[in-house]
Design a protein around this ligand. Structure first.
Ligand SMILES: NC(=O)c1ccc[n+]([C@@H]2O[C@H](COP(=O)([O-])OP(=O)(O)OC[C@H]3O[C@@H](n4cnc5c(N)ncnc54)[C@H](O)[C@@H]3O)[C@@H](O)[C@H]2O)c1
Length: 369
């Protein structure tokens, strides 16, 4: 385990999979945090350096601050160690190129631990979309509104990594919880983004605007809108999604007390929403139906690690490999250029044809080993 704080979010999965995987130890540069993790959660030892953890382990879970994900992943992949990385996958196009090159030149597995697609309602919607019930999706919306000023400084006032990497840049700096489910349902990727913000109102020392909106044009011709707000004074809303297809629509709850609702043309009463839960029995895969108590983020935290283990054991591509991980992450990086230009449309590179590492033939997808 790499990173003691968010690392604890993976414990329910490690417990559920204890016959298949053993927690060897923890690396965290804060020795107090590492010792506490060991005492509370188990494992054999703390590692004094990341490199020593990689030498000892078959796989690493990267729950470090976001700018370390890609460099640590590259180091581990080059050592033949499998990587489950927290979100986002990278913080720059240079890191994206390095990560791609490492996944292409090695044989170890890489998976992004994007968990929001594994939330119960999102699993149901995904299965209904795949069964064709919503027709062709052409519009997707998502919002991640999470005021977390207390996480921008330590108790003695020093800026944290979030100060620099989440609100110290302007754009969609935390994109994957919103884009992950939408792009999976739409079976699509974003080709160009336009990004605008509200300006700075609440906590104006930060580079980031209070509320930032991204529009994304998809390869299939659809439109995506996401909103990221880490500063405004308001209750949290981490998991708002809405999609519109030729055969129906889905709307997630906006606040406690609301229900998730779906409309299926020809099946729902005309122009009336139905509770999504009505379709749970038919569409929620039994595999994901019963997350154990203690699995955070609405039960979703357990599933990425279990799917990662299955990919290693069966030597198959994990559900969120490097290309999908970058499809969810790169629009956010490119959004910084767009917002700086006042909202101009900026192309999002397709990771499949980036010439990182072994390179690709022009117009062809690069193979993954
Ligand atoms: N998927 C989710 O739902 C979810 C939820 C929370 C956080 N996250 C992600 O998890 C990561 C960690 O977030 P957090 O909330 O634990 O942050 P945090 O600031 O609470 O804790 C970060 C921890 O990482 C340690 N650390 C610092 N540098 C490190 C390094 N180079 N290698 C290993 N550990 C290092 C720190 O000492 C600290 O213990 C972030 O990338 C964040 O985006 C994801």
């Amino acid at each position: 385990m790499v990173g003691a704080a968010r690392g604890a979010g993976f414990l329910s999965a490690l417990t559920a999979a204890r016959e298949r995987v053993k927690l060897l130890g923890i690396y965290d540069p804060d020795p107090v945090a590492a010792q506490l993790f060991l005492a509370e959660h188990g494992g054999e030892r703390t590692f004094p350096t990341f490199a020593e953890a990689v030498t000892a382990a078959d796989a690493v879970i990267l729950a470090s601050p976001q700018h370390y994900h890609a460099p640590q992943a590259v180091h581990a992949l080059d050592a033949g160690v499998h990587v489950l990385s927290e979100v986002p996958a990278v913080v720059s196009l240079e890191q994206a190129s390095d990560l791609l090159a490492a996944t292409r030149r090695g044989h170890a597995q890489y998976m992004l631990a994007e968990n929001y697609g594994y939330m119960r309602s999102n699993l149901i919607v995904g299965a209904m979309v795949r069964a064709g019930l919503l027709g062709q999706l052409y519009s997707g919306e998502a919002e991640y509104l999470h005021e977390m000023k207390e996480a921008h400084r330590t108790s003695d006032g020093a800026p944290t990594w979030r100060y620099h990497w989440q609100v110290g840049r302007n754009g969609i700096t935390y994109p994957t919880h919103s884009l992950g489910p939408l792009l999976e349902w739409m079976d699509d990727r974003i080709e160009a983004v336009s990004c605008v913000g509200t300006g700075r109102w609440t906590d104006s020392e930060h580079e980031m605007h209070d509320s930032v909106t991204l529009l994304g044009r998809t390869r299939r011709g659809g439109l995506v809108r996401t909103r990221l707000d880490l500063l405004s004074n308001r209750p949290h809303l981490w998991d708002y999604y809405a999609v519109q297809g030729t055969g129906g629509a889905y709307e997630a709850p906006r606040a406690r007390g609301d229900g998730a609702k779906i409309y299926l043309e020809g099946r729902s009463p005309r122009h009336e929403w139905e509770p999504l839960e009505r379709y749970a029995q038919e569409f929620l895969a039994p595999k994901y139906a019963h997350p154990p108590e203690g699995s955070g983020h609405g039960g979703s935290d357990i599933w990425p690690l279990l799917d990662f283990l299955e990919a290693i054991e069966t030597d198959t591509q994990p559900p969120i490999g490097v290309y999908r991980a970058l499809d969810m992450t790169l629009p956010g990086i490119v959004s910084e250029e767009s917002i700086a230009q006042g909202g101009g449309w900026v192309r999002v590179p397709n990771p499949r044809t980036l010439t990182a590492g072994i390179g690709t033939e022009p117009g062809h997808e690069g193979s993954l080993s």
